[in-house]
Design a protein around this ligand. Structure first.
Ligand SMILES: Nc1ncnc2c1ncn2[C@@H]1O[C@H](COP(=O)(O)OP(=O)(O)O)[C@@H](O)[C@H]1O
Ligand SMILES: [Mg+2]
Length: 301
């Protein structure tokens, strides 16, 4: 099956530990629950797309260790095409430890070796995959040259190009259709705080000036603003019981991409996307638990 969506990004072992309170230096905390799952932002996005029933491929890099082979096997079992993912010789697979406390605060310990980043050569080797996709999601914690080349190839193939994170430079936006960033990432890139809707709209309009069709920005603590040429819409957080926000942005990106790929209007797609994000905050860890019904059930009020 030709993948409709291709995700380029990180894959990692994800170890999620829940504690009542994170220990201060020189003290210990009992771990209340422990999950070891397929993780990394690229993989989490691909899992979300697969859960929504849209054929998806992941271009990511693991090491040639046992963990790496296990990660690819898990992704394949999740329904993700990993045939173009890379097993890098002599590399160590990435590991992320997420310590989540009872106050919904996370702390990440990240071991992401440089040689498990996706290289430009990895992208060139998978050019046919990118050209054949309807949408390509680029998770921006990858080298600038990798992302630039992937965006160019995807665009040449006519794919919708979706960016998640902090772009390396403004030129990248000219090769993309959508940028989604959390409030911190949006501030890093635009130099403007995004603490209220007006600031979010201002940052979004700045981003659109570089050639995007849509900017989706988190307004810290409040919700997400969708800024397009037709105007903007702010969707506030509703009353989710937040356990851990990890992966909520990835679920948002996955769902927005699937909804638009399946021809939904932006208004409908945006509602499905924030609902998916909210559902992902309700459990610890970044692996989403999306219900395919979310693509159909979010009718406009
Ligand atoms: N109370 C809440 N209800 C719903 N969504 C929330 C809430 N708090 C945070 N979020 C969402 O969590 C997401 C976090 O995004 P991000 O920082 O990119 O996470 P990640 O990169 O781990 O996926 C944002 O889209 C934000 O709107
Ligand atoms: Mg994010």
């Amino acid at each position: 099956m030709t993948p409709e969506v291709v995700v380029v990004g990180q894959i990692a072992r994800d170890l999620v530990l829940r504690v009542a309170d994170a220990p201060a230096a020189g003290t210990a905390a009992a771990v209340r629950s422990r999950d070891e799952v397929l993780g990394g932002k690229g993989a989490n996005q691909a899992v979300g797309v697969a859960q929504l029933g849209v054929p998806v491929a992941l271009l990511a890099v693991v090491g040639d260790d046992r963990a790496g082979h296990d990660l690819l096997a898990h992704a394949a079992a999740d329904g993700i095409d990993v045939s173009r993912s890379v097993v890098r010789e002599h590399a160590r697979s990435a590991l992320i430890v997420n310590v989540v406390d009872d106050h919904g605060q996370w702390r990440y310990l990240e071991d992401i070796p440089d040689d498990v980043l996706v290289t430009e050569d990895d992208v060139l080797a998978a050019a046919g995959l990118l050209r054949g996709a309807s949408s390509v999601v680029l998770q921006l914690q990858q080298p600038a040259a990798t992302v630039r080349t992937a965006a160019r190839i995807a665009r040449e193939g006519g794919a919708r190009v979706v960016l998640d994170g902090v772009p390396a430079d403004e030129d990248l936006l000219a090769c993309a259709d959508i940028l989604r960033a959390d409030a911190h990432e949006a501030e890093i890139f635009t130099g403007q705080p995004v603490g209220n809707v007006a600031e979010g709209v201002k940052a979004g309009v700045m981003l659109l000036a570089h050639g995007l069709d849509l900017a989706v920005l988190e307004v810290a603590g409040h919700g997400n603003v969708f800024v397009s040429r037709a105007g903007y819409e702010f969707l506030p957080h509703d009353d989710a019981d937040v356990v851990d926000t990890t992966g909520a942005g990835d679920a948002l990106v996955a769902t927005l991409t699937c909804a638009l790929t399946r021809g939904q209007e932006l208004r409908t797609a945006a509602r499905a996307a924030v609902a998916a994000a909210a559902s992902t905050t309700e459990h610890a860890g970044g692996r989403p638990r999306l219900n395919p019904g979310i693509l159909e059930s979010r009718k406009q009020p």
